[in-house]
Design a protein around this ligand. Structure first.
Ligand code: CA
Length: 228
């Protein structure tokens, strides 16, 4: 896994590079925004860690330019500005996560690992997921069963997307927390169970099965004609 770190504070850059290296992540480092953008566009990195305030090209403009170029590499923004508006601005610019300075290395590492585990939202990813008569359209954000629309809340939609991609595989609660809620910690609530249960009742049938002691498994609905 190779990470590109774009950070102009030298001591912080050295600290991050050293610690990420110990954790098995190779790091390339540049200090200027324009250099970082050029490198990110020419080299297939697994993740970018981008400081928000950079010489020559600021972090948010860098991310916007990357996304305009259809580059979907996961981006974690680091910033001295940690207010809600700043976070929202960062995410709207196309970043995947946002971490305010100062931060604990363990938190940065948890976020880095969560981003690296996520499947890339590349243009080669299908826009339509199908399982039996169930269809999920990622572009229109619509779910239908036998052509009949099923109204889902945004989080239920993401949950179904995550499960459908992993049909027939066991999906743990931790995977759902990280992949659907973007939590790198256990919130100690029944948030997952509640959403699974709501999704189940909206979908009907037995598509989301509980795997005792492990998690959940999505199975394509059996078409009526084949039943019995
Ligand atoms: Ca800076």
């Amino acid at each position: 896994m190779t990470i590109l770190l774009i950070e102009d504070e030298k001591p912080l850059a050295e600290y991050l590079r050293g610690n990420l290296d110990v954790c098995g992540h190779g790091v390339d480092h540049v200090a200027r925004g324009d250099d970082g953008l050029g490198l990110a566009l020419s080299t297939p990195y697994d993740l970018l860690i981008v400081d928000r305030m950079l010489p020559a090209l600021d972090g948010l403009s860098l991310v916007k330019r990357l996304r305009q170029a259809q580059n979907r590499v996961p981006v974690l923004i680091l910033s001295n500005l940690g207010g809600l508006d700043d976070r929202v601005e960062g995410l709207n610019a196309g970043a995947d996560d946002y971490l305010a300075k100062p931060f604990a290395f363990s938190e940065l590492l948890a976020r880095v690992n969560a981003l690296l585990r996520r499947p890339l939202r590349g243009s080669d990813e299908p826009s339509l997921l199908k399982a039996g008569d169930l269809q999920l359209d990622r572009l229109k954000r619509k779910v239908t069963r036998s052509g009949q629309p099923i109204a889902l809340q945004p989080r239920e939609f993401s949950l179904l997307d995550y499960l459908m991609v992993r049909q027939g595989q066991v999906v743990t609660r931790t995977m759902l927390l990280e992949g659907v809620w973007n939590y790198s910690f256990d919130p100690k609530t029944n948030i997952v169970e509640t959403h699974v249960s709501r999704l189940r009742s909206k979908l009907g049938g037995d598509m989301i099965q509980t795997v005792r002691g492990s998690g959940y498994m999505f199975r394509a609905p059996v078409p009526d004609a084949e039943v019995g």
